[in-house]
Design a protein around this ligand. Structure first.
Ligand code: 5AD
Ligand code: SF4
Length: 433
């Protein structure tokens, strides 16, 4: 009988892909199969995120629960960004944890499994050319890492400390992985990196210097591949060549996540983001001019130290002008080993809450207005999920989530869908072609 692995994944798409790599290695080398039943698991893993404070506190309470519920002899391992940042402190605080595996050390999963109390969290470890075994949660789309780490020094962000310096994965490896995924049925690629459009700046060995735009061109030549998505581009690296390729290449989905963080030049400077409000708006304008149907999403942090009401109004101004289709908004959360941790001009908690609500309410208004424009429109949907047995959902090219009545026969298919009902997060429609 195979051994059972229970894995919980928190955080971003990068972490989801790391979990797929962990599962792949454990399946091939150790004979594990995944399970949703914690109590029957031989190995319990939490793949953690440390980008904000709350998830860290939650980790220890969750570990306690897992330890109580686990079956006799089962091991618990902590992986991911919090593993990188807390290291052996995790075992000190929760001695029943068997090993700690950092976000930059995923390939060592089969080693740490056999060493009691192993802590592998070296952020200089180079996994950029490691050939992971194959495993994908979805047969329809393939997540592919194109770089590891992050070279920026945003003053609020812990990621450079958990994932180390940025190294691009050689383009020939990415192309090979993409081709393999397409050969086994994936029609969509989702490229992952902290700053995807900074791709090609540094490789670990001698490799052809291919930039992100060229990588997109080469990937789009794969026959039978229909769609390419990626996350996240950095506003600073949005040059014209990249925007033009994005607009004219029919395989690149017309939706983009561009993290704004703040609309105030003063705050952007304090965050060390490397661009201004005007540059951000200029890039969006260029994008919308040549690609009018593009859908845009973003990340915004409110109440960064020193953010005054005028700064916050600048953020609202950008939101009003860009009319993002989706906003991930957060209250600033001080993180260890970051520059901003030492900033003293902290914004009051009630002001922070008020700003977050104001931003979210404004966005809801924008969305309600935008959503009306989708009614009766026809979108080409790639169906990926079966919900409650009788709804099938998928995404349009411009990233709208759309469901129709139907069965699993639709999964993996592209269909034209006319929108009949609108909702804030999901649209309903009927197949028309
Ligand atoms: N506090 C609040 N939000 C943060 N993010 C990153 N670091 C912090 C922090 N210290 C947000 C950013 C980033 C997203 C993944 O998380 O908006 O784009
Ligand atoms: Fe992803 Fe950042 Fe969270 Fe790490 S800290 S899992 S990189 S969101």
């Amino acid at each position: 009988m195979s051994k059972k692995l229970f894995i919980e994944t928190l955080g971003c798409a990068m972490n989801s892909r790391d979990s797929e790599h962990i599962i792949a290695q454990l399946r091939e080398k150790e004979g594990y199969e995944t399970t949703d039943d914690l109590k029957s698991a031989d190995l319990i893993l939490i793949n953690t995120c440390s980008v904000r404070e709350k998830p860290v506190a939650k980790l220890f309470s969750e570990l306690g629960v897992f330890n109580k519920k686990k079956k006799e002899g089962a091991k618990i391992g902590v992986c991911g960004c919090t593993a990188s940042h807390l290291g052996d402190e995790i075992i000190k605080r929760a001695p029943y944890v068997s090993f700690v595996l950092g976000a930059r050390n995923v390939s060592k999963i089969t080693d740490v499994l056999h060493k009691d109390k192993a802590v592998e969290v070296d952020i200089n470890y180079d996994e950029s050319e490691f050939a992971f075994n194959d495993f994908r949660t979805s047969p329809y789309k393939a997540y592919i890492n194109i770089s590891i780490g992050c070279d920026k020094s945003c003053t609020y962000c812990i990621v450079p400390k958990t994932r180390g310096d940025e190294i691009s994965i050689p383009s020939e490896l990415i192309l090979r992985e993409a081709q393999k995924a397409v050969n086994t049925g994936a029609k969509e690629l989702f490229l992952l990196g902290q700053n995807v459009n900074n791709y090609g700046r540094r490789f670990s060995g001698e490799h052809e210097r291919v930039n992100f735009t060229e990588l997109l061109r080469r990937l789009s030549k794969i026959d039978a591949l229909e769609r390419i998505r990626f996350t996240s581009p950095h506003p600073f690296h949005m040059d014209n060549e990249f925007i033009e390729e994005f607009a004219k290449n029919p395989k690149i989905c017309k939706s983009m996540h561009i993290p704004l963080q703040s609309g105030s030049n003063k705050v952007l400077k304090d965050m060390k983001r490397g661009y201004t409000k005007e540059w951000f708006l200029n890039r969006v304008e260029k994008l919308k001019n040549i690609c009018p149907d593009v859908s845009l999403s973003t990340d915004i942090i409110v109440a960064f130290p020193g953010e005054c009401d005028e700064d916050f109004q600048d953020t609202l101004d950008v939101v009003r002008r860009v009319k993002f289709d989706q906003i991930f908004s957060f209250k600033y959360s001080p993180r260890p080993e970051t520059e901003a941790e030492h900033f003293t001009n902290v914004v009051d908690e009630d002001v922070a809450s008020f700003r977050l609500t104001t931003l979210q309410n404004l966005h809801t208004e924008i969305l309600d207005e935008k959503n009306l424009t989708h009614l009766d429109k026809i979108y080409n949907v790639y169906f990926e999920d079966l919900n409650q047995g009788y709804f099938v959902s998928g995404r349009s090219d411009n990233n709208l989530v759309i469901k129709v009545k139907g069965s699993d026969e639709l999964l993996g298919q592209f269909r034209d869908v006319k929108i009949t009902q609108i909702g804030r997060t999901i649209l309903t429609g009927e197949i028309v072609g």
